[in-house]
Structures are given as C-alpha cells and as structure tokens.
Write a protein that binds this ligand. Structure first.
Ligand SMILES: NC(=O)c1ccc[n+]([C@@H]2O[C@H](COP(=O)([O-])OP(=O)(O)OC[C@H]3O[C@@H](n4cnc5c(N)ncnc54)[C@H](OP(=O)(O)O)[C@@H]3O)[C@@H](O)[C@H]2O)c1
Length: 261
C-alpha cells in the first residue's frame, strides 16, 4: 500500500489506459489522468475517488501538440505533484496505404506516439533519478518487432518506442528507476475503430485480448522492473517466430494479416 505515490497516465480515458488507472487506484496510488476529453476524465475521477478513496487530478490536453509535455510538467510543478510512475500509454494508429494517408494524421501520430512520449520521459525522469525511485511504463505494441505494411507509420512509431525504452532502461540500471515497455497484440479497445481496423484479419482472430488482462500484465511487469512485456502466449510465440524468418517473408506475412477480411 503506497498512498503517497502518484502515477501519471496518458490516454487514461479508455482502453488499456483506463484499466491501468483502475489497477493503480485499487493499489491505493494517487493519479494524474490525461486525455483530450475532459468530461470523460471527470466521470472517471468521480468513480475512482469514490470507489478507491484515492486522489485523482485530471488534465485535458492534446498530446499531439508541441509543448504539451512541458505544459503538463509545469502544471505538476505548480500543483506540487511529484510523479513516481509515468505511464506513456496514449497512442493511435491509422489503416491504409501510406500513399493515400493523411499527412496531418501521420504528423499527429508521430507527435503523440513518439515525440511527446520522449519529452514526458525527459521531463519527469530527473526527479525520479534524484529520489532513486521511479517506474516508467511505455506502451508500444507487437507491431514494434516488424515492419507493418498498410500501417507503416504506426508500426515504425512503435519500433521507436521499443528501441528507445530498451536503450534508456539499460542506462538506468542500478539507479532505482526502471523502464518497462508493454507490447500488446490486438486488444479490445477503441483503438480498432480509431485506426479503421475493424474488418482487418488481425482483429478478427481469436487472439484479441481483454484490455484489463493486458493492463494487469503490464502493471506487474512494471512493478517488477521487467524491461519488455508481451502479454499472451500467441503474441509471444509470434514475436519469437519473427526472429527466425527472413525479413522479406515477414513483410509479406504482415501484409496478408493486415488485409481486410
Ligand atoms: N488496442 C490494441 O489492439 C493495441 C495493440 C497494441 C498497442 N496498443 C497501444 O495501446 C495504447 C492505448 O491504446 P488503446 O488500445 O487503449 O486505445 P483507445 O481505447 O483508443 O485509448 C486511447 C487513449 O488515448 C487518448 N488519446 C488519443 N489521442 C490523444 C491525444 N492526441 N492527446 C491525448 N490523449 C489522446 C484517448 O482519449 P481521448 O480520445 O479522449 O483523447 C484514450 O484515452 C496505444 O499506445 C496503442 O497504440 C493498442
């Protein structure tokens, strides 16, 4: 029971982020919840404070906008809130051929999935290191392990999250701060609809996981200081198989999997 600790979670209003918020609250950790929709966050705050008797601070902002990480950091400093757990979870994908993609959407995806995640980590890490305690959980995807035709930008952003997280986890060895990268496979959330993926073969497989199970696995790995966590047997097996296949086969395989059913 750590009543004095606080977790900041981005993308906390839905899916994996909301499940993580609930798990932290159950474990008596105070929360800072961030996403764009303030009224969603207000409802979640009321519920979590009432059910779990924790303090929940909400902040609505668009994390794809430049400087939003700095804004959040300043708000936390002004409010005197120290962040002990940083959960960089917010992210989205977009389905289709790159040539037909929306340039603005690609920019927002790269800002949200990579740039803001990096800036948030850069801003909140020094205090964690000074206090010799901190846990950072970055949400990547099984998409991080291979190229992703028909979602090329999204897969590339998640490869960045995996590589970046592994890199800094090594730099921080022995500091008291750990970095975990959660790599879910297909998971039942709003993600599919946002990414226009509802009829892709990938999301019509039996392997779509429950967001609560994914979040719980990520939470436990983060508490243990594990570096990479791929939830689910099938997702793990698939990632291992990829290591033994030539990349030209992998590209083709992912292309076929990503096609609409
Ligand atoms: N679901 C999957 O199959 C799957 C698989 C692998 C990895 N992931 C990763 O898991 C993470 C969580 O996604 P999810 O599946 O839980 O999807 P989700 O249900 O769509 O949740 C996304 C969350 O991010 C917030 N968000 C989106 N854009 C934002 C922005 N510009 N600024 C601030 N907040 C923003 C959303 O709230 P607002 O819309 O209110 O801002 C929402 O709270 C993502 O990084 C995703 O890439 C998902």
């Amino acid at each position: 029971m750590d009543r004095t600790l606080t977790a900041l979670i981005t993308g906390a209003s839905s899916g994996i982020g909301l499940e993580l918020a609930t798990i932290f609250a159950k474990n008596q950790t105070n929360l800072v919840l961030i996403s764009r929709n303030k009224s969603d966050l207000e409802k979640i705050k009321v519920t979590l404070e009432k059910v779990y008797d924790v303090n929940v601070y909400i902040y609505a902002c668009d994390l794809a906008k430049p400087d939003c990480a700095q804004q959040i950091y300043e708000v936390m400093s002004n409010e005197g809130i120290e962040i002990n757990y940083l959960i960089n979870n917010a992210g989205f994908g977009d389905y289709g051929e790159f040539i037909d993609s929306d340039a603005g959407k690609n920019y927002d995806m790269m800002m949200l999935n990579m740039v803001t995640l990096t800036e948030m980590t850069h801003l909140f890490l020094p205090a964690m290191k000074d206090h010799e305690f901190g846990r950072i959980l970055n949400v990547a995807s099984t998409a991080a392990f291979q190229p992703g035709p028909l979602m090329s930008v999204y897969y590339a952003t998640k490869a960045f999250v995996l590589s970046f997280s592994e890199g800094i986890s090594q730099e921080l060895q022995g500091s008291g701060v750990t970095v975990t990268v959660l790599c879910p496979g297909p998971t039942e959330t709003r993600f599919q609809k946002t990414a226009k993926l509802e009829s892709s073969k990938l999301f019509n497989s039996v392997n779509v996981m429950d967001a609560q199970i994914v979040a719980q696995a990520g939470y436990e790995a983060m508490q243990d200081g594990q570096v990479i966590l791929i939830p689910g047997f099938v997702n793990n097996a698939f990632t291992i198989l990829l290591r033994f296949l030539p990349r030209f086969i992998v590209r083709k395989m992912v292309f076929n999997l990503q096609k609409k059913a």
